[in-house]
Ligand binder design. Structure first.
Ligand code: ADP
Length: 560
């Protein structure tokens, strides 16, 4: 059993394909995490880096507490199940499952008990004497799972294991793998391009696109609170409808309008409380899932173009302004609408999704990073933070923290901000609140407690979780106090390794290991540890994607 931690992990293949960019994620012990995304988004590469089948170009990987970047796959205690299960055709099911244990010279009784237990879990006890030729596709996949189970790995890795099976069998195996996860109680990491598999199997889902992680959350939180248009339209079938238009401010509130048409949709105040008032009119997209569209007495008039009756569900297709494609509504089986029927369409106001049309990011979710004026802080707090300044000589313009670090419990030394709760959005594990502070800006925070709208609250942020930020938005502080001298240097990456060049001579060793690298925008702080005398040095270098923790740096002193 083990947790897995990826810190800023990237992969560049030979030829320059950047398959994974700065993936950071912690998978909990015994968690079932599914990576999902379109073909080529970097899911398999991420899984193969966890397995050790692919080198990590930069970043750190931990399994349990162990740093495993350089560890051979066989020493990681993981088991991998692929779509091609590659059973040995001449061996029986029993022998196929026992094979790896025999290779490890396990005792006969141990092998027998482990294979029998795995066969029991998978319901294939009566197949043990058959050869793979005598099995169906689903049974073969079960044997492949059995082969993984007998090894009692810390982590199971699955790479599209069901994509060779037919639709009915996939549904059955999906349920079996979920059950297997409960039975063996081990960490599962599962890769698929199939959103239904992801939604039904994962405790949490990691959505990827073009090598970047887009969002990590529980299936329901992803479905109800997608962070951008990509996640919104990737999960859910039929897809979320996306309409283009503007958000305009009027006397009685804010409206989504589609220019050149009569479509006007009132937006609940809470949805936009983090958008600055000066931003209107705002180029936006409105998202609405098919099930959240109502067809009734009131609403925008249009005409039914097409009706699909799927039994439980009736899909009604029509046109709305702001969308070239059909808009689709999902209604119940009793829907009697026919093509060409005139209809009136309205949206469930609580289920509207709004996105910035240019960035495609959600306007209704919490802003993860909150920036605030230095005037919130006491002089003592400013002094405390200044001790952690890693980039000297730049004057901080503001301070910043993550909304996940905002607490309601009073804390000594924490930053204190008085605010009034303006609204909330419900999540699977609590509420996300939007509160306005005295200066008019909005702070979002998550809480498991129900807080009424209009309630005054005091929010706290631990000083240790706060960073000073420059006017251009660069982070200026390190996590711990920087008492040592910080030297400026430049790095050069050569085939023989990474070399560090600096102006002044210090009392150096030949080689240092990067204990930690802290990217601060254009500059990166390197905390170095000498490989012979354990001398510690801190350097400030130009940021570079090739820098990673634990890399070796060789000194190239300038000879004067
Ligand atoms: P996914 O599993 O999401 O389909 P992959 O991780 O397999 O995506 O691939 C991510 C990107 O890396 C793709 O652009 C793919 O073409 C590229 N890629 C994968 N494997 C290799 C390789 N061995 N050499 C070069 N490029 C690769």
């Amino acid at each position: 059993m083990a947790k897995i931690r990826l810190e800023n992990v990237s992969k560049v293949y030979k030829g320059g394909v950047k398959a994974v960019n700065g993936a950071s994620l912690e998978i909990k012990d015994k968690e079932f995490v599914v990576f999902v995304g379109p073909s080529g988004c970097g899911k398999s590469t991420t899984l193969r880096m966890i397995a050790g089948l692919e080198d990590i170009t930069s970043g750190n990987l931990f399994i349990g507490e162990r740093y495993v970047n350089d560890l051979e796959p066989k020493d990681r205690n993981i088991a991998m199940v692929f779509q091609n299960y590659a059973l040995y055709p001449h061996m029986t099911v029993y022998e196929n499952m026992a094979y790896s244990l025999r290779c490890h010279h396990e005792k006969k009784e141990v092998i027998e008990s482990k294979v029998n237990r795995a066969a029991e879990i998978l319901g294939i006890k009566d197949l043990l004497k058959r050869t793979p030729r005598e099995l169906s596709g689903g049974q073969r996949q079960r044997v492949a799972l059995g082969r993984a189970i007998v090894r009692e790995p810390d982590v199971f890795l699955f790479d599209e294991p069901l994509s060779n099976l037919d639709a009915k069998l996939r549904i059955q195996m999906r349920a079996e793998i979920s059950k297997l996860h409960k039975d063996v109680g081990t960490t599962f990491v599962y890769v698929t391009h199939d959103q239904t598999e992801a939604m039904t199997m994962g405790d949490r889902i990691v959505v990827m696109k073009d090598g970047y992680i887009q969002q990590i959350d529980t299936p329901m939180n992803l479905y109800e609170h997608p962070v951008n248009i990509f996640v919104a339209t990737f999960l859910g079938s039929p897809q979320m409808n996306i309409l283009e238009g503007n958000i305009e401010k009027e006397k009685d509130g804010k409206y989504f309008v589609s220019p050149g048409s009569d479509l006007r949709i009132k937006i609940p105040d809470i949805d936009l409380c983090q958008v600055e008032e000066s931003a209107y009119p705002l180029k936006a997209c409105l998202g609405i899932r098919p099930a959240d569209i109502r067809i009734g007495e009131e609403g925008f008039p249009t005409v039914v173009e097409l009706v699909e009756r799927l039994g439980e569900q009736t899909l009604v297709y029509f046109h709305l302004p702001g969308r070239k494609d059909y808009t689709i509504a999902s209604l119940g089986p009793s829907c009697r609408l026919l093509e060409k029927d005139p209809i009136k369409v309205s949206f469930n106001a609580e289920k509207l999704h709004l996105f910035n049309r240019e960035t495609e990011q959600s306007l209704t979710n919490a802003v993860p990073l909150i920036k605030r004026p230095l005037s919130d802080l006491s002089p003592k707090q400013v002094d405390e933070l200044a001790k952690r300044l890693a980039v000297k000589g730049v004057v901080p313009a503001s301070y910043a923290f993550l909304s996940s670090d905002v607490k309601e419990e009073k804390m000594i030394d924490g930053i204190e901000i008085a605010a009034v709760v303006e609204g909330s959005k419900e999540y699977e594990d609590g509420w996300n609140y939007f509160a306005r502070s005295k200066d008019g800006s909005v702070i979002s925070f998550r809480s498991a407690k129900k807080i009424e709208k209009g309630a005054a609250t005091t929010l706290y942020v631990p000083l240790s979780k706060v960073d000073l930020v420059a006017a251009e938005g660069e982070r200026l502080t390190d996590e711990t106090d920087v008492e040592e001298e910080v030297y400026e240097a430049s790095l050069s990456f050569r085939p023989r390794g990474c070399f560090l060049k600096e102006e002044t001579l210090h009392n150096h060793e030949k080689a240092y290991k990067v204990e930690r690298s802290i990217p601060l925008g254009k500059k990166t702080v390197l905390r170095l540890l000498g490989s012979e005398k354990s001398e510690r040095l801190i350097y400030l270098v130009e940021s570079n994607d090739l820098i990673y923790d634990s890399m070796m740096v060789y000194m190239r002193k300038r000879i004067k």
